[in-house]
Design a protein around this ligand. Structure first.
Ligand code: PAF
Length: 282
């Protein structure tokens, strides 16, 4: 596995690989890799000739009071995991290289971001699409792999790809979970023991809500019940619980299309998100 830090070198490498006819699979990450990322790398490995994984903690997608400075980082471990699980090139650019003009030119997302994390983290998705526009241009991938734990990100990035005619296919992959159901996340390391004990309740509530939706309970009652049960968790607080159409992310009254049940929950040092997507009733 090669580690490439400079954009021009990455572009040169991709040009060579394309010249020999390789398909390129791209896994964009912010590092501190876990089994969720690894599942994306493995899928890219199965489907593409050359696999590029990027590690870049993108300052633009963090708000002023968010965890950019203390976002977990461990390059040596990431390098080992990426290599062992099938990456050909680890792209590890610096902030100065990615934003040479200090982010003077940025993208703005106006659809699907007035809800969920888009609402709670103003500017977050502008930062995500800005960095992905740069990365898509540099890597020129045929397929880009994203986890559905960030389902709103998947919907927004699909829009980016369609709106700007990027010749890349987005491959959305299932959320990877711990044995007790907690969604794998780089931020889980910040859970204190007593919070980690409570955290699986988030997914348990999603599963229960899914069953209620599928058996015909009114969506507003399902949501309300989730909010009440999450209030009983002795630590932390709910950031949001929503049931929306997917991928449109619009308010819905009844279960007559594909839905997402999504939540965000704040423990002391870790804000966790999770969701379940329910296919349309047949
Ligand atoms: O999902 C992430 O880790 C980030 O939002 C991404 C896609 C790497 C962009 O910085």
């Amino acid at each position: 596995m090669k580690v490439i830090r400079h954009i021009y070198e990455m572009q040169h490498f991709i040009k060579e690989r394309k010249r020999r006819g390789d398909t390129i699979g791209f896994v964009p990450t912010m590092g501190f890799l876990h089994e969720g990322h690894v599942s994306l790398i493995e899928k890219a490995r199965e489907e593409c000739d050359t696999v590029v994984t990027s590690i870049f903690v993108n300052p633009l997608q963090f708000g002023p009071n968010e965890d950019f400075d203390r976002y977990p980082r461990d390059f040596e471990r990431d390098e080992r995991l990426a290599r062992e699980r099938g990456t050909d090139v680890l792209f590890y650019p610096s902030v100065e290289d990615m934003y040479p003009d200090g982010a003077g030119v940025q993208m703005k997302v106006t659809e699907r971001t007035n809800v969920l994390c888009g609402e709670k983290r103003p500017g977050h998705f502008d930062g995500v699409v800005t960095v992905l526009t740069k990365l898509f241009h540099i890597i020129q991938a045929d397929r880009a792999y994203f986890g559905l734990k960030d389902a709103q990100q998947v919907a927004v990035v699909n829009d980016l790809i369609d709106s700007y005619f990027f010749p890349v296919e987005l491959v959305a992959c299932p959320t990877v979970r711990e044995e007790d159901g907690l969604a794998k996340s780089s931020r889980n390391v910040y859970l204190k023991d007593h919070e980690r004990f409570e955290a699986p309740k988030l997914y348990q509530q999603l599963l229960r809500a899914k069953e209620q939706v599928q058996t015909g309970k009114a969506l507003k009652d399902v949501r309300q019940e989730m909010i009440s049960v999450l209030e009983d968790i002795p630590y932390g607080e709910t950031d949001y619980v929503e049931i929306l159409s997917y991928p449109q992310l619009q308010t819905v009254e009844t279960f007559d299309r594909k839905l997402i049940i999504a939540l965000a929950y704040r423990f002391e040092n870790a804000r966790l998100i999770d969701n379940i997507i329910i296919e349309e009733k047949l």
